[in-house]
Design a binder for this molecule. Structure first.
Ligand code: HEM
Ligand code: FES
Length: 340
């Protein structure tokens, strides 16, 4: 069997997406160099271009990092995800141009090989103000190169999706290096607070979007529909398979609790038992467990895993992640139910 490259399907939507991207970047660079030459009349065109390319790459990286969590928060952002890999490659090309021009400007005129000069011309790693920040940019650029080079579907298919995804998580490492590159570099000499403010805002937006999306997803995804309230007879259970384990969901006194279906004595099916005297009672030999804690009433010490539950209308939802045996879980209350 052989693996071959497949041509990228360049459809109309992709062309529009890329057209907007190219026009936006050209406008940004034009404005940056134009306004920059008015504000800093002494700055050379090369310096302004280096700065424009660097800031454009970093800005685009922020957009790329925000697209994932935005799509998880609101599906209307999904069209942005559609062509995110083109954004990534474009960002790498901008960063490469910025790095190359910087190396030419700052390291090409000496006797040393410019790449060697990049690492040996400044070795004050102990100094915050004079830190060799360019080497941090170089490491970030190497990581971005790895991402851009493996962005094609060929690599996605051949590395397999989980490996590819793990590899592309390194973009966050590159981001950390870039924050350090700018903080220890341009911000040490920059008199205008604008760059510092933009960097702070960017970092805050990226971090808070990721935290919000992760938090919402954790809550949303944790619970799965297990059965309806009507499926469960009073003081008995409905047994469901959840996360590879069998779980007994009990209904009693207007409440719902879920525990492992497996009795600690001889693995008897707790979900086939009943609640007697407030305890789930194993149908095989009568071992008992409190439905909200999964623990046997004193003096007994057996414990089974418990599960978080939630009620949505008539639906009983369950978090498939078992809690450590004996962990108390607040029972879900059935609205309008009369305690029996
Ligand atoms: C070989 C790799 C790199 C080298 C040698 C390098 C070099 C430099 C230098 C010399 C500066 C200061 C420019 C000045 O203040 O005039 C700078 C600033 C900057 N770099 Fe890099 N860089 C590299 C990689 C990167 C990458 C990969 C990115 C982003 C994706 C990046 C983003 C920036 C930004 C945003 C600034 C601040 C621009 C400003 O002063 O307004 N750099 N870099
Ligand atoms: S298996 Fe449950 S009591 Fe024996």
């Amino acid at each position: 069997m052989s693996v071959t490259y497949q041509a990228v399907g360049w459809n109309r939507t992709k062309k529009i997406y890329d057209g907007i991207l190219a026009a936006g970047l050209a406008a940004y660079l034009g404005l940056f160099v134009g306004v920059g030459s008015l504000v800093h009349p002494n700055a050379t065109a090369e310096t302004l271009l280096i700065r424009g390319l660097g800031t454009a790459a970093l800005l685009l990286l922020h957009v790329i990092l925000c697209i994932g969590p935005l799509c998880r928060l609101d599906r209307r952002f999904l069209p942005l995800l559609y062509n995110r890999r083109h954004l990534g490659v474009t960002m790498f090309i901008l960063a490469l141009a910025h790095g190359t021009f910087s190396i030419i400007q700052f390291h090409a005129l000496g006797n040393l090989n410019p790449l060697v000069s990049l690492f040996v011309s400044n070795t004050r790693y102990g100094s915050l103000a004079d830190f060799p920040f360019q080497s941090l940019g170089f490491i970030a650029l190497l990581i971005l190169f790895l991402m851009a080079a493996t962005s094609h579907d060929f690599w996605l298919h051949n590395l397999t999706a989980p490996v590819w995804k793990r590899l592309h998580m390194f973009v966050y490492v590159a981001y950390a290096f870039l924050i350090a590159h700018v903080t220890l570099g341009a911000l040490q000499s920059e008199t205008s607070p604008l760059l510092a403010a933009m960097l702070g805002i960017g970092l805050t937006v990226v971090t808070s979007l990721h935290l919000t999306a992760a938090n919402i997803e954790r809550k949303k995804d944790a619970y799965v529909a297990a059965c309806t309230i009507d499926d469960i007879p009073e003081k008995r259970a409905c047994v469901v398979s959840c996360g590879g384990e069998r779980v007994a969901i009990f209904k009693y006194d207007g409440k719902i609790s879920a525990i492992s279906n497996v009795c600690q004595h001889q693995n008897g099916p707790l979900g086939e038992g009943r609640i007697i005297d407030g305890c789930v009672t194993c149908p095989w030999h009568g071992y008992q467990y409190l439905p909200d804690t999964g623990a046997s009433p004193p003096p007994f010490t057996e414990k089974v895993a418990t599960y978080r539950t939630r009620i949505d209308g008539n639906q009983v939802l369950i978090d498939p992640k078992p809690l450590p045996p004996g962990t108390r879980v607040q029972p879900s209350v059935i609205q309008d139910a009369q305690p029996v």
